[in-house]
Design a protein around this ligand. Structure first.
Ligand SMILES: *Cc1c(COP(=O)(O)O)cnc(C)c1O
Length: 375
């Protein structure tokens, strides 16, 4: 019976599983799509590529209900919004926040307004917002403009902003760190992830610290605890790297649309996470991102979106480049490294546009097919 209960709980999403760590009372309604409990995948080829007996794991957040980690925070933010009798959600988005907000709003039976930078959203994400019935407005501006407008709209009665400036989002997202500690039996030595608005790096650091503190204060909970804290290493795209350069970027540009942010909402918190964890913030070029995206799909069978590939590109940079802010020359042998794959590759099919266009049909004749396959 107990095993069945544990299994049921696993299927129920992050609030049921981690209620005691979240700002919930018994009367808070729960809006969930069964998010979280995503696989932590040991990557043999990536580990080999890094060498020194290191074990590299990918936390695949692309398999969440709407295809990104945003669902972890959205289940908490939308449940809390209902508790406060909200009638509408509002968000600015580079794509995944709107996809997630629209889905959870539909499930909660409330409306969802989405403000998007025109022409800057990957097509798979836009399709989702339409499918779930959000009210969508595109503005001629960038994400930072959209967020400014959302902050003003959010002052209306009954409106709740579900961008990561909403602390409930961060609370939900920290559960990914809990899951990693539970699977590995401890925190990893290094945690690498892409950084856009910097909510996620803030959330992971909060999660790791919380489990670390529990281990110390409640030794009977060994299996839930951790005895170490990871170095948090964040990666921004070279054309959208405000934290790295320590200045606002007016016109951020990168193929990785989910991290095309010039003025991150959680800038200060990210700095704290990086400093406290003795980690680093670094940049990767669009070229490196595309190479890493293809590499991961072809060597590990994990197809991520370009923003997520920034973490993999970052791993390669740490391993190979003298310019890396955190050179892996310093890492002890046998280190455990976790990279978060933040979103699914299908979100951004435009990334494969060239290859798809190169697919020209031939006559349905075996000899023709043979010729093209080089057989
Ligand atoms: C939102 C998002 C990011 C950036 O996360 P922040 O919390 O804004 O730093 C990275 N990758 C994907 C796929 C995202 O959706």
């Amino acid at each position: 019976m107990q095993a069945t209960n544990a299994k049921l709980k696993q299927g129920r999403g992050v609030i049921e599983r981690y209620r005691e760590y979240l700002p919930f009372s018994d009367s808070t309604p729960i809006i969930s799509l069964g998010e979280g409990n995503t696989p932590l995948i040991h990557c043999a080829q990536l580990s080999k590529r890094v060498g020194r007996g290191c074990d590299v794991f990918v936390k695949n957040e692309g398999v969440n209900p709407t295809g990104s980690f945003k669902d972890r925070g959205m289940t908490v933010a939308v449940s809390k919004a209902l508790e406060r009798n909200a009638s509408a959600l509002v968000c600015a988005s580079t794509g995944n926040t709107s996809a997630s907000a629209a889905a959870y709003a539909a499930r909660a039976g409330i409306s969802c307004a989405v403000i998007l930078p025109a022409g800057k959203i990957a097509s798979g994400k836009l399709v989702q917002a339409f499918a779930y019935g959000a009210k969508i407005v595109a503005v001629n501006g960038n994400f930072d403009d959209a967020l400014r407008i959302v902050r003003e709209l959010g002052e209306r009665d009954g409106f709740v902003i579900v961008n990561s400036i909403n602390p409930d989002r961060i609370a939900g997202q920290k559960t990914a760190a809990f899951e990693i500690v539970e699977v590995l039996g401890n925190a990893p030595d290094f945690h690498l992830l892409p950084v856009g608005n910097a909510g996620n790096i803030t959330a992971y650091w909060a999660g790791y610290q919380e489990y670390y503190a529990r281990q110390r204060t409640r030794p009977e909970r060994q299996s839930n605890g951790s005895t170490r804290l990871p170095a948090m290493i964040g990666f921004q795209a070279a054309g959208a790297a405000p934290i790295f350069h320590n200045r606002i970027i007016e016109n951020p540009e990168t193929v990785a649309s989910a991290i095309r942010i010039g003025n991150p909402a959680s800038w200060k918190q990210a700095r704290v996470a990086i400093e406290e964890s003795r980690g680093a913030i670094d940049i990767v070029s669009d070229g490196e991102i595309v190479v890493a995206q293809t590499w991961l799909a072809r060597h590990e069978g994990i197809f991520d979106e370009p923003a997520s590939a920034a973490a993999i590109a970052g791993l390669f940079k740490c391993r190979d480049s003298k310019d890396a802010r955190y050179s892996f020359k310093e890492i002890p042998e046998g280190s455990r490294i976790v990279c978060t794959v933040t979103g699914h590759g299908l979100k951004d099919p435009d990334a494969m546009q060239e290859q798809m266009e190169a697919l020209i049909p031939v006559a349905p004749v075996t000899s023709e097919v043979r010729r093209l396959l080089g057989l």
